[in-house]
Design a protein around this ligand. Structure first.
Ligand code: SF4
Ligand code: SF4
Ligand code: FES
Length: 319
Protein backbone atom coordinates (compact mmCIF):
# COMPACT_ATOMS: atom_id res chain seq x y z
CA UNK A 1 0.00 0.00 0.00
CA UNK A 2 0.93 3.67 -0.32
CA UNK A 3 1.17 6.11 2.53
CA UNK A 4 1.07 9.63 1.15
CA UNK A 5 2.49 12.20 3.56
CA UNK A 6 2.08 15.98 3.30
CA UNK A 7 5.52 17.40 3.90
CA UNK A 8 6.95 20.86 4.48
CA UNK A 9 10.66 21.64 4.21
CA UNK A 10 10.30 25.24 5.47
CA UNK A 11 10.17 26.47 1.88
CA UNK A 12 7.52 24.44 0.11
CA UNK A 13 4.68 22.06 0.84
CA UNK A 14 4.66 18.83 -1.15
CA UNK A 15 3.36 15.28 -0.99
CA UNK A 16 5.58 12.23 -0.77
CA UNK A 17 4.54 8.62 -1.33
CA UNK A 18 5.92 5.69 0.61
CA UNK A 19 5.24 2.10 -0.45
CA UNK A 20 4.94 -0.29 2.46
CA UNK A 21 3.65 -3.83 2.87
CA UNK A 22 0.46 -4.06 4.89
CA UNK A 23 1.77 -7.09 6.77
CA UNK A 24 4.64 -4.96 8.16
CA UNK A 25 2.26 -2.60 9.94
CA UNK A 26 -1.19 -4.15 10.14
CA UNK A 27 -0.86 -5.27 13.76
CA UNK A 28 0.84 -2.07 14.89
CA UNK A 29 -0.15 1.51 15.58
CA UNK A 30 -0.07 4.42 13.15
CA UNK A 31 2.86 5.81 15.11
CA UNK A 32 4.73 2.56 14.52
CA UNK A 33 3.95 2.78 10.78
CA UNK A 34 5.45 6.27 10.61
CA UNK A 35 8.47 5.22 12.67
CA UNK A 36 8.85 2.29 10.28
CA UNK A 37 8.94 4.71 7.34
CA UNK A 38 11.44 6.94 9.11
CA UNK A 39 13.70 4.04 10.07
CA UNK A 40 13.57 2.04 6.85
CA UNK A 41 12.77 4.49 4.06
CA UNK A 42 13.30 8.14 4.83
CA UNK A 43 15.19 9.46 7.84
CA UNK A 44 14.34 13.04 6.88
CA UNK A 45 10.65 12.66 7.75
CA UNK A 46 9.85 14.83 10.79
CA UNK A 47 7.20 14.25 13.44
CA UNK A 48 6.98 14.43 17.21
CA UNK A 49 6.25 11.57 19.60
CA UNK A 50 7.33 10.74 23.08
CA UNK A 51 5.32 8.50 25.41
CA UNK A 52 3.76 6.21 22.75
CA UNK A 53 0.97 5.69 25.26
CA UNK A 54 -1.60 8.46 24.68
CA UNK A 55 -0.26 10.41 27.64
CA UNK A 56 2.04 13.19 26.42
CA UNK A 57 -0.23 14.43 23.62
CA UNK A 58 2.74 14.87 21.31
CA UNK A 59 1.59 13.10 18.25
CA UNK A 60 -1.68 13.91 16.55
CA UNK A 61 -1.94 13.87 12.74
CA UNK A 62 -4.72 13.94 10.19
CA UNK A 63 -5.55 10.75 8.34
CA UNK A 64 -7.68 11.28 5.25
CA UNK A 65 -8.61 14.69 6.63
CA UNK A 66 -9.48 13.75 10.22
CA UNK A 67 -7.37 14.12 13.33
CA UNK A 68 -6.21 11.04 15.25
CA UNK A 69 -3.65 10.36 17.94
CA UNK A 70 -1.08 8.23 16.08
CA UNK A 71 0.12 6.22 19.08
CA UNK A 72 -3.46 5.39 20.05
CA UNK A 73 -4.64 4.36 16.59
CA UNK A 74 -4.34 0.74 15.51
CA UNK A 75 -3.61 0.31 11.80
CA UNK A 76 -6.04 -2.59 11.60
CA UNK A 77 -8.90 -0.40 12.84
CA UNK A 78 -7.81 2.55 10.71
CA UNK A 79 -7.68 0.51 7.51
CA UNK A 80 -11.00 -1.08 8.48
CA UNK A 81 -12.57 2.38 8.77
CA UNK A 82 -11.68 3.07 5.15
CA UNK A 83 -12.59 -0.40 3.78
CA UNK A 84 -9.00 -1.58 3.57
CA UNK A 85 -7.70 1.06 1.15
CA UNK A 86 -4.46 0.93 -0.83
CA UNK A 87 -3.72 4.60 -0.14
CA UNK A 88 -3.76 6.51 3.14
CA UNK A 89 -3.17 10.25 3.29
CA UNK A 90 -1.35 11.64 6.33
CA UNK A 91 -1.09 15.38 7.04
CA UNK A 92 -0.26 17.61 9.98
CA UNK A 93 -3.20 18.60 12.20
CA UNK A 94 -5.13 21.58 10.84
CA UNK A 95 -5.48 25.05 12.33
CA UNK A 96 -1.87 25.14 13.54
CA UNK A 97 1.16 26.62 11.80
CA UNK A 98 3.27 23.82 10.33
CA UNK A 99 6.92 23.96 11.37
CA UNK A 100 8.25 20.95 9.50
CA UNK A 101 6.47 17.96 7.88
CA UNK A 102 4.03 16.74 10.55
CA UNK A 103 5.33 19.01 13.33
CA UNK A 104 3.13 21.98 14.25
CA UNK A 105 3.64 25.06 16.40
CA UNK A 106 1.85 24.76 19.75
CA UNK A 107 3.30 27.97 21.22
CA UNK A 108 0.19 30.12 20.43
CA UNK A 109 -1.92 27.54 22.27
CA UNK A 110 0.33 27.82 25.31
CA UNK A 111 -0.30 31.57 25.24
CA UNK A 112 -4.07 30.96 25.03
CA UNK A 113 -3.85 28.57 27.98
CA UNK A 114 -2.03 31.18 30.02
CA UNK A 115 -4.85 33.66 29.32
CA UNK A 116 -7.53 31.47 30.94
CA UNK A 117 -5.40 30.82 34.07
CA UNK A 118 -5.66 27.02 34.14
CA UNK A 119 -4.65 26.67 37.81
CA UNK A 120 -7.12 27.21 40.67
CA UNK A 121 -6.78 29.58 43.63
CA UNK A 122 -7.92 27.54 46.67
CA UNK A 123 -10.75 28.93 48.83
CA UNK A 124 -9.70 30.65 52.07
CA UNK A 125 -11.20 27.84 54.19
CA UNK A 126 -8.39 25.53 53.00
CA UNK A 127 -4.96 25.46 54.62
CA UNK A 128 -1.82 23.31 54.49
CA UNK A 129 -3.06 21.67 57.71
CA UNK A 130 -6.70 21.10 56.67
CA UNK A 131 -5.84 20.27 53.08
CA UNK A 132 -7.86 21.18 50.01
CA UNK A 133 -10.42 18.45 49.65
CA UNK A 134 -13.69 18.05 47.73
CA UNK A 135 -16.38 15.39 47.66
CA UNK A 136 -16.29 12.60 45.12
CA UNK A 137 -19.41 14.04 43.45
CA UNK A 138 -17.76 17.43 43.01
CA UNK A 139 -14.57 15.84 41.72
CA UNK A 140 -16.61 13.78 39.25
CA UNK A 141 -17.83 17.03 37.63
CA UNK A 142 -14.33 17.88 36.44
CA UNK A 143 -12.54 14.54 36.37
CA UNK A 144 -13.06 13.91 32.66
CA UNK A 145 -11.44 17.22 31.74
CA UNK A 146 -8.32 16.24 33.69
CA UNK A 147 -7.73 13.63 30.99
CA UNK A 148 -6.98 16.28 28.35
CA UNK A 149 -3.48 15.71 26.99
CA UNK A 150 -3.39 18.84 24.78
CA UNK A 151 -3.04 16.73 21.64
CA UNK A 152 -4.84 19.32 19.48
CA UNK A 153 -7.20 16.86 17.72
CA UNK A 154 -10.24 18.95 18.73
CA UNK A 155 -8.64 22.16 17.44
CA UNK A 156 -7.75 20.46 14.17
CA UNK A 157 -11.42 19.66 13.55
CA UNK A 158 -12.81 22.99 14.75
CA UNK A 159 -14.82 24.72 12.01
CA UNK A 160 -14.76 28.05 13.81
CA UNK A 161 -10.95 28.04 13.91
CA UNK A 162 -10.81 27.08 10.23
CA UNK A 163 -13.15 29.93 9.27
CA UNK A 164 -11.49 32.60 11.41
CA UNK A 165 -9.09 32.04 14.28
CA UNK A 166 -8.64 35.73 15.08
CA UNK A 167 -11.40 35.78 17.70
CA UNK A 168 -11.46 32.22 19.01
CA UNK A 169 -9.26 30.02 21.19
CA UNK A 170 -8.70 26.32 20.66
CA UNK A 171 -11.50 24.07 22.06
CA UNK A 172 -9.10 22.45 24.54
CA UNK A 173 -8.40 25.87 26.06
CA UNK A 174 -12.08 26.06 27.01
CA UNK A 175 -11.81 22.51 28.41
CA UNK A 176 -9.09 23.74 30.78
CA UNK A 177 -11.07 26.88 31.61
CA UNK A 178 -14.07 24.67 32.46
CA UNK A 179 -11.95 22.41 34.65
CA UNK A 180 -10.74 25.38 36.69
CA UNK A 181 -14.03 27.34 36.77
CA UNK A 182 -16.09 24.32 37.88
CA UNK A 183 -13.64 23.06 40.50
CA UNK A 184 -15.47 23.38 43.84
CA UNK A 185 -12.18 24.20 45.60
CA UNK A 186 -11.62 27.31 43.50
CA UNK A 187 -12.36 30.70 45.04
CA UNK A 188 -12.39 32.65 41.79
CA UNK A 189 -14.35 30.91 39.05
CA UNK A 190 -14.94 34.23 37.29
CA UNK A 191 -11.25 34.57 36.49
CA UNK A 192 -11.47 31.65 34.06
CA UNK A 193 -15.02 32.44 32.91
CA UNK A 194 -14.30 36.06 32.02
CA UNK A 195 -11.11 35.05 30.21
CA UNK A 196 -13.14 32.50 28.24
CA UNK A 197 -15.63 35.16 27.17
CA UNK A 198 -12.73 37.37 26.10
CA UNK A 199 -11.30 34.41 24.18
CA UNK A 200 -14.40 33.97 22.03
CA UNK A 201 -16.63 31.73 24.18
CA UNK A 202 -19.73 32.91 22.29
CA UNK A 203 -18.19 32.35 18.86
CA UNK A 204 -18.38 28.53 18.90
CA UNK A 205 -20.56 27.48 15.94
CA UNK A 206 -21.82 24.27 17.58
CA UNK A 207 -20.52 21.99 14.83
CA UNK A 208 -19.65 19.35 17.49
CA UNK A 209 -16.65 18.13 15.48
CA UNK A 210 -14.35 18.53 18.50
CA UNK A 211 -16.27 15.84 20.37
CA UNK A 212 -15.97 13.24 17.63
CA UNK A 213 -12.20 13.30 17.45
CA UNK A 214 -11.08 13.59 21.07
CA UNK A 215 -9.06 10.45 21.92
CA UNK A 216 -10.08 10.89 25.57
CA UNK A 217 -13.81 11.29 24.95
CA UNK A 218 -13.86 14.85 26.30
CA UNK A 219 -16.83 16.98 25.27
CA UNK A 220 -15.32 20.42 24.61
CA UNK A 221 -18.58 21.70 23.10
CA UNK A 222 -20.45 20.84 26.30
CA UNK A 223 -17.74 22.52 28.38
CA UNK A 224 -18.22 25.65 26.26
CA UNK A 225 -22.00 25.49 26.82
CA UNK A 226 -21.46 25.14 30.60
CA UNK A 227 -19.11 28.12 30.65
CA UNK A 228 -21.71 30.16 28.75
CA UNK A 229 -24.37 29.28 31.32
CA UNK A 230 -22.02 30.24 34.14
CA UNK A 231 -21.16 33.52 32.39
CA UNK A 232 -24.85 34.45 32.06
CA UNK A 233 -25.66 33.41 35.64
CA UNK A 234 -22.79 35.56 36.89
CA UNK A 235 -24.00 38.61 34.98
CA UNK A 236 -21.74 38.55 31.90
CA UNK A 237 -24.71 39.22 29.64
CA UNK A 238 -23.55 41.92 27.27
CA UNK A 239 -22.85 41.26 23.59
CA UNK A 240 -24.43 39.41 20.69
CA UNK A 241 -23.77 35.92 22.10
CA UNK A 242 -25.85 36.20 25.29
CA UNK A 243 -28.57 38.16 23.40
CA UNK A 244 -28.68 35.35 20.80
CA UNK A 245 -29.04 32.69 23.51
CA UNK A 246 -31.81 34.69 25.18
CA UNK A 247 -33.59 35.10 21.83
CA UNK A 248 -33.62 31.29 21.39
CA UNK A 249 -35.14 30.92 24.85
CA UNK A 250 -37.75 33.60 24.15
CA UNK A 251 -38.90 31.83 20.97
CA UNK A 252 -38.94 28.45 22.66
CA UNK A 253 -40.78 29.45 25.83
CA UNK A 254 -42.53 32.82 25.41
CA UNK A 255 -43.02 32.56 21.63
CA UNK A 256 -44.50 29.89 19.42
CA UNK A 257 -41.93 27.20 20.24
CA UNK A 258 -40.49 27.60 16.76
CA UNK A 259 -37.27 29.49 16.02
CA UNK A 260 -38.28 32.83 14.50
CA UNK A 261 -35.36 33.66 12.21
CA UNK A 262 -36.48 37.27 11.66
CA UNK A 263 -36.92 38.16 15.31
CA UNK A 264 -33.87 36.10 16.27
CA UNK A 265 -31.63 38.34 14.20
CA UNK A 266 -33.28 41.51 15.49
CA UNK A 267 -33.14 40.40 19.12
CA UNK A 268 -29.52 39.23 18.79
CA UNK A 269 -27.99 42.08 16.86
CA UNK A 270 -30.50 44.91 17.22
CA UNK A 271 -29.99 47.80 14.80
CA UNK A 272 -26.89 46.11 13.36
CA UNK A 273 -29.26 43.68 11.58
CA UNK A 274 -29.68 46.37 8.92
CA UNK A 275 -26.18 45.50 7.68
CA UNK A 276 -27.50 42.01 6.85
CA UNK A 277 -30.32 43.17 4.57
CA UNK A 278 -28.67 41.54 1.54
CA UNK A 279 -28.46 38.21 3.37
CA UNK A 280 -32.11 38.49 4.50
CA UNK A 281 -33.24 39.06 0.88
CA UNK A 282 -31.21 36.05 -0.31
CA UNK A 283 -32.71 33.83 2.42
CA UNK A 284 -36.21 35.14 1.64
CA UNK A 285 -35.83 34.45 -2.10
CA UNK A 286 -34.58 30.91 -1.44
CA UNK A 287 -37.55 30.23 0.85
CA UNK A 288 -35.44 29.92 4.00
CA UNK A 289 -36.93 32.95 5.73
CA UNK A 290 -40.36 34.55 5.76
CA UNK A 291 -40.29 38.30 6.59
CA UNK A 292 -43.99 38.10 7.62
CA UNK A 293 -42.86 36.09 10.64
CA UNK A 294 -41.90 39.41 12.19
CA UNK A 295 -45.57 39.48 13.27
CA UNK A 296 -45.20 36.12 15.02
CA UNK A 297 -45.83 32.49 14.11
CA UNK A 298 -48.41 29.80 14.81
CA UNK A 299 -47.77 27.99 18.07
CA UNK A 300 -46.30 24.52 17.52
CA UNK A 301 -48.25 21.43 18.56
CA UNK A 302 -47.44 20.38 22.12
CA UNK A 303 -45.88 23.76 22.96
CA UNK A 304 -47.49 23.96 26.39
CA UNK A 305 -46.05 20.56 27.35
CA UNK A 306 -42.67 21.63 26.05
CA UNK A 307 -42.74 24.74 28.27
CA UNK A 308 -43.74 22.59 31.27
CA UNK A 309 -40.74 20.32 30.61
CA UNK A 310 -38.36 23.28 30.32
CA UNK A 311 -39.65 24.80 33.57
CA UNK A 312 -39.35 21.44 35.36
CA UNK A 313 -35.77 21.06 34.12
CA UNK A 314 -34.97 24.58 35.34
CA UNK A 315 -36.46 23.84 38.77
CA UNK A 316 -34.49 20.58 39.02
CA UNK A 317 -31.32 22.42 38.08
CA UNK A 318 -31.84 24.91 40.90
CA UNK A 319 -32.14 22.19 43.54
S1 SF4 B 1 -18.42 22.75 18.59
FE1 SF4 B 1 -17.39 24.75 18.79
S2 SF4 B 1 -15.39 24.25 19.70
FE2 SF4 B 1 -16.25 22.33 18.93
S3 SF4 B 1 -15.36 22.12 16.90
FE3 SF4 B 1 -17.36 23.15 16.63
S4 SF4 B 1 -16.92 25.35 16.69
FE4 SF4 B 1 -15.08 24.29 17.48
S1 SF4 C 1 -9.87 17.91 24.54
FE1 SF4 C 1 -9.33 15.92 23.70
S2 SF4 C 1 -8.82 16.30 21.56
FE2 SF4 C 1 -8.75 18.27 22.63
S3 SF4 C 1 -6.61 18.49 23.20
FE3 SF4 C 1 -7.67 17.58 24.96
S4 SF4 C 1 -7.40 15.37 24.67
FE4 SF4 C 1 -6.89 16.33 22.72
S1 FES D 1 3.36 9.82 21.71
FE1 FES D 1 2.60 10.65 23.58
S2 FES D 1 0.47 10.84 23.21
FE2 FES D 1 1.21 9.83 21.45
Amino acid sequence: MKIVIERFDRKKHYKQDYDIKKEDIINKTLLYALLFIKQTKDATLNFTASCRSAICGAYAVRVNGHAVLACDTKMKNLLGTYDDPDILNIAPIANFRVISDLVVDLEPSVESLKKIHPAIAPKDEFSPKKGCVQTQAKFDKIVKEWDCILCGCCASECNKLSADNSDYMEPFVFVHAFRAAFDSRNKNDMLHTKASVMGGLWNCVHCQECIDRCPKGINAAENIASLRIKAIKKGLTSGVGPAHAKAFYTDLVDGSGRLNEVLLALRSEGAATITKTGLVITLWRSGKLNPLHIFGEKEIEGHKDLVKMIKAAQAANKE
